[in-house]
Design a protein around this ligand. Structure first.
Ligand code: ATP
Length: 199
């Protein structure tokens, strides 16, 4: 699996529709300070479901929408789509290519799309779980993040290894199963009370 392309329109400094195409091997994005290199990484974070404006270096979510320049009026929406080559089927779907898109309007209205079909954020999170690509993954290492990982709590570091080992989905399923078990235990308790009242 590899990142094949990123399409951006109206996101941060990228007002015009722009297509980045990537190939096998190493790709570097270079440019002067303030030219928008980090905005490309922010776009990938955002389309994968980032909900925190702070993580995207903004104050509020609306800050991801192109806010205008002296020469150009602000835009009313931001759109990002990433396409992944999935010919090795590392992502649990039969599609050879997976395109994830996110669009947000100034009104706050927003949507996620998977291969052109509207979907929930949860669907995207589940698709990328244990691949290292999701919002919580380690595929994007931001400035200062290595320091944070090295000096962080062992439990936080453990989360990174869990994701790499592919056990996050099992841990999540265990939590859900334990919650269901607890609720059944309480139901059983209630039934026992009722039975003893009737007898
Ligand atoms: P550096 O090399 O200094 O880290 P960079 O190339 O990574 O810089 P970015 O941080 O990606 O640059 O881009 C910063 C630019 O993006 C700034 O000029 C900022 O004004 C612009 N920018 C950020 N958000 C928006 C927005 N919503 N609308 C228009 N421009 C924006």
């Amino acid at each position: 699996m590899y990142l094949k392309s990123i399409e951006i329109q109206g996101f941060k400094s990228f007002a015009n529709k722009l297509l980045f195409e990537f190939h096998h091997g190493i790709t570097a994005i270079v440019g002067p300070n303030g030219s928008g290199k980090s905005n490309v990484a922010d776009a990938v974070r955002w389309v994968l479901g980032e909900q925190s404006a702070k993580q995207l270096r903004g104050a509020k979510m609306e800050d991801v929408i192109f806010s205008g320049t002296e020469a150009r009026k602000p835009l009313g929406f931001a759109y990002v789509a990433i396409t992944l080559n999935n010919s090795d089927h590392q992502l649990a779907t039969s599609f050879e290519e997976v395109t994830i898109a996110r669009r947000v309007y100034r009104s706050g209205e927003s949507e996620y799309l998977m291969n052109g079909t509207p979907c929930r954020l949860k669907d995207i999170q589940e698709l990328f779980m244990d691949t290292g690509i999701g919002k919580e993954g380690y595929s994007i290492i931001g400035q200062g993040q290595i320091d944070k990982i090295l000096s962080g709590k062992p439990e936080d570091r453990r989360e990174l290894f869990d994701e790499a080992a592919g056990i996050v989905k099992f841990k999540r399923r265990k939590i859900i199963a334990e919650k269901n078990l607890e609720s059944e235990r309480q139901n059983l308790c209630r039934i026992r009370d009722i039975i003893s009242e009737i007898q």
